[in-house]
Design a protein around this ligand. Structure first.
Ligand SMILES: *[C@@H]1O[C@H](CO)[C@@H](O)[C@H](O)[C@H]1NC(C)=O
Ligand SMILES: *[C@@H]1O[C@H](CO)[C@@H](O)[C@H](O)[C@H]1NC(C)=O
Length: 140
């Protein structure tokens, strides 16, 4: 009986630790790092070395004078910097965008000229990494 309780306790502890890890595993991606959403920070190259997962957040900071940030639905619109039909427009100069589901997200400057000059970002959102049932250590 005592033994059984001990194991339950350990399992609960492990679950708490994993819970903590999971929270830490959420990444806040500050687009363009210090320079923010800006042509000089080249968001496309910035994103190339990063991995985006469900539960992460993208932080966008930018100067509204350069144009707003539009989110587009399709790769065609993104490639063409066609902002005529955005699914979202971010206007505040500071945004936290949660990545809630897997798939591609397309962000561009609402100024087509700036978009064509590289002020754009596409992000492939991958599934969550942590699989709790897989990562539980074997109990003795
Ligand atoms: C821009 O996209 C819309 C659909 O979202 C389309 O109707 C329009 O023809 C496109 N414009 C250009 C210049 O490709
Ligand atoms: C975790 O991994 C197990 C075994 O590989 C799998 O059956 C389960 O569906 C996975 N759970 C999630 C949430 O991906």
């Amino acid at each position: 009986m005592k033994m059984g309780k001990g194991i339950v306790f350990i399992v609960a502890l492990v679950a708490i630790c994993l819970g903590g890890k999971w929270v830490e595993a959420q990444v806040h991606h500050v687009v363009g790092a210090d320079r923010g959403w800006d042509q000089t920070s080249d968001p496309v190259s910035w994103s190339a070395s990063r991995v985006f997962r469900v539960g992460d957040q993208i932080w966008l900071t930018y100067s509204v004078a350069q144009g707003l940030v539009a989110e587009l639905k399709s790769r065609e619109e993104y490639e063409a910097c066609n902002v005529s039909n955005p699914i979202n427009v971010y206007t505040e100069g500071l945004h936290t965008i949660p990545l809630e589901s897997e798939g591609m997200r397309y962000f561009v400057s609402s100024e087509p000229e700036n978009c064509k000059n590289g002020l754009k970002l596409h992000v492939e959102v991958l599934p969550k990494l942590m699989n709790v049932s897989q990562s539980l250590p074997l109990l003795p």
